[in-house]
Design a protein around this ligand. Sequence first.
Ligand SMILES: CC(C)(COP(=O)(O)OP(=O)(O)OC[C@H]1O[C@@H](n2cnc3c(N)ncnc32)[C@H](O)[C@@H]1OP(=O)(O)O)[C@@H](O)C(=O)NCCC(=O)NCCS
Length: 145
Amino acid sequence: MPADLVKIRPATSRDATRIVDRLKRELTPEGGFWHNRDLIIKGVRAGELTVITVRGRVAGFLLHGDREMAILEIWSTYRRRGLARRLAQFGMSRIYKAGAERVCIQCTPFSSVPFWKSMGFVPENGDEWCNLLKHTPAEVQTGQP
Ligand SMILES: CC(C)(COP(=O)(O)OP(=O)(O)OC[C@H]1O[C@@H](n2cnc3c(N)ncnc32)[C@H](O)[C@@H]1OP(=O)(O)O)[C@@H](O)C(=O)NCCC(=O)NCCS
């Protein structure tokens, strides 16, 4: 994915509404993030909702703050192009800049474990079946292309 086509920016209220609508449409019996809709909507005003765009279209979002990354999703048609990597690096950079010595994530759904491992996360306490992963880097990139 050419870097100049991809941008990371704060979400607008309109983005948040569209994200929530999409999460509702994509709900499956296995789950989804629609139950987090109130947090997502509030995230705009709190400066905690960030989107990644490709050619100006929203391709995914990150709900995050100075201490945690709560939800990360890339729309299915945009996956495996390195977008989550960029967005996660952006979120991790914020957390490290705020003074954290490590980043922990609650890895749900479990299917995202290979992604987080590719980002350098390791299972907490060495337990492969634990869904809490942690990251302790020397340096983190900003995520901006
Ligand atoms: C997990 C998720 C965010 C990954 O997004 P993505 O944009 O496809 O990830 P990237 O393209 O940045 O992947 C970076 C690397 O992670 C690993 N990876 C990503 N998805 C993977 C998968 N499904 N299986 C195995 N490895 C995977 C690969 O090493 C990949 O590098 P490669 O494509 O060069 O092999 C996306 O699949 C998603 O939104 N899933 C549903 C929601 C979710 O699980 N969110 C995480 C909540 S904790």
